[in-house]
Design a protein around this ligand. Structure first.
Ligand code: PMP
Length: 427
């Protein structure tokens, strides 16, 4: 019998490049046919063949309270009934801004946008506008969305400026972007020693989730804070993924390092398009209409999206939400590690809050190079064995995974049962 996923994928490829609207969905790195999702509830989603999967991507982060949470759905329905978009301010935007400022104290003022890409792109413009400097520092393996100046890999020399990673990005557009190694304090110090007075900002994922999961060392983030302050550069934490995911106050709460600007997304939209950037009020005053840094959006602060986000932000503040989320995530990663050990497979895992990394290697990677050296072929076999057994992991060895509050003990146990079979295939 032909699968409806295959039929849809064939059709999709006729009208959409690669059949998908965001590349990683296409299964290019693991091979096979993407699943077309028809509905989701709690920790599960169903594909076009009515097969149910335990979902460990959670829309790549937003679905932290589980899919189709009744309170979120109700808030969206109520908001939609009052009108979809006005292009004029609403009380909902005031409320969510107040909530974000309360939950992330480094954010004194915040501007809502519709995607993480917009949030980081605007944060960079703000940093450049406020400092009057052009150069920016980013780290290899961190993803901050698809703005031109961020689609860049390291140049040939340690401290030479980068090369575009996407065609269509002129080399001139990335000539101000310096790409350094994640968790390398000495290199960062060297960069600031050489050109500290030219650097507008450092942008970093304080817990990296786009090269699988890699924790920043506390020294790395502390050095960044110290060097930015000393040289008058702006420190931008891209917490689009880690915000409200690794802890209620994001990675900055865990590490106790305070950025000047934070980019947020994913969880703050609860599954609808809301992202934001915010930080010190004196910096945010540079934004139009007050200051000279321009940024705008037809659907920014959209009332339906904000209703989903606000309801999600309320739900994650319920008692013990993060204790429960972290405990479930640990049960998953420790369980998988045990099953792999029994099967004799070189495997390890890490977890922070509701975010996890799975690595086909002897030890948890701490650098981009270590991550790239993990066994991608083994991951691909594992991925497909899990998928066949009804567990949907991120379709790439280089992505982090996400647990929701609805991943209860029964769901974790079912996942581990599937993993027994999957690791056996690798032994
Ligand atoms: N920053 C980080 C850390 C991200 O993980 C992502 C998306 N995965 C983005 C920025 C870009 O967000 P969006 O896809 O909403 O543009």
């Amino acid at each position: 019998m032909t699968s409806n996923n295959d039929i849809l994928f064939t059709r999709a490829q006729l009208t959409t490049p690669g059949g998908v609207n965001s590349p990683v969905r296409a299964f290019r790195s693991v091979g096979g046919t993407p699943r077309f999702i028809t509905r989701a509830e709690g920790p599960y989603f169903w594909d076009a063949d009515e097969r149910r999967y335990i979902d460990y991507i959670g829309s790549w982060g937003p679905a932290i309270v589980g899919h189709a949470h009744p309170a979120v759905v109700k808030a969206v329905q109520d908001a939609a009934a009052r009108g979809l978009s006005f292009g004029a301010p609403t009380e909902g935007e005031v409320l969510i801004a107040e909530e974000i400022c309360k939950l992330v104290p480094s954010i004194e003022q915040v501007r809502l946008v519709s995607s993480g890409t917009e949030a980081t792109m605007s944060a960079l413009r703000l940093a450049r506008g406020a400092t009057g400097r052009d150069k920016i520092v980013k780290f290899e393996g961190c993803y901050h969305g698809h703005a031109d100046s961020l689609l860049v890999k390291a140049g040939s020399g340690l401290l030479t400026f980068g090369n575009p990673t996407s065609s269509g990005v002129p080399a001139d557009f990335v000539k101000h972007t310096l790409v350094l190694d994640y968790n390398n304090v000495a290199q960062l110090e060297e960069a600031f020693n050489n050109m500290g007075d030219e650097i507008a900002c450092v942008i970093v994922e304080p817990v990296a989730g786009n090269m699988n999961l890699i924790r920043a060392t506390p020294e790395f983030l502390q050095a960044m804070r110290r060097l930015c302050t000393k040289h008058g550069a702006v420190l931008i934490f891209d917490e689009v993924m880690s915000g409200f995911r690794v802890a209620l106050g994001g990675a900055q709460a865990l590490y106790q390092v305070t950025p000047d600007i934070t980019a947020l997304g994913k969880v703050i939209g609860g599954g609808l398009p809301v992202a934001a950037f915010g930080g010190r009020a004196d910096l945010m005053q540079h934004m139009a209409p007050l200051g000279g840094v321009y940024q705008a959006g037809t659907l920014s602060g959209n009332p339906v999206a904000v209703a989903a986000g606000m309801t999600t932000l309320k739900l994650i503040q319920e008692a013990d939400f993060y204790q429960h989320l972290s405990a479930q995530t640990l049960k998953l990663t420790q369980g998988l590690t045990n099953v792999a050990a029994q099967a004799g497979v070189a495997f390890c895992a890490d977890a922070i809050g509701g975010m996890f990394g799975l690595y086909f290697s002897e030890k948890v990677p701490t650098t981009f190079a270590e991550m790239m050296a993990t066994d991608k072929e083994q991951f691909n076999v594992f991925f497909h064995a899990m998928l066949d057994a009804g567990v949907y992991l991120a379709p790439s060895a280089f992505e982090a995974g996400f647990v929701s509050a609805q991943h209860n003990d029964e769901v974790i146990a079912a996942t581990l049962a599937a993993a027994h079979g999957a690791f056996a295939k690798l032994a």
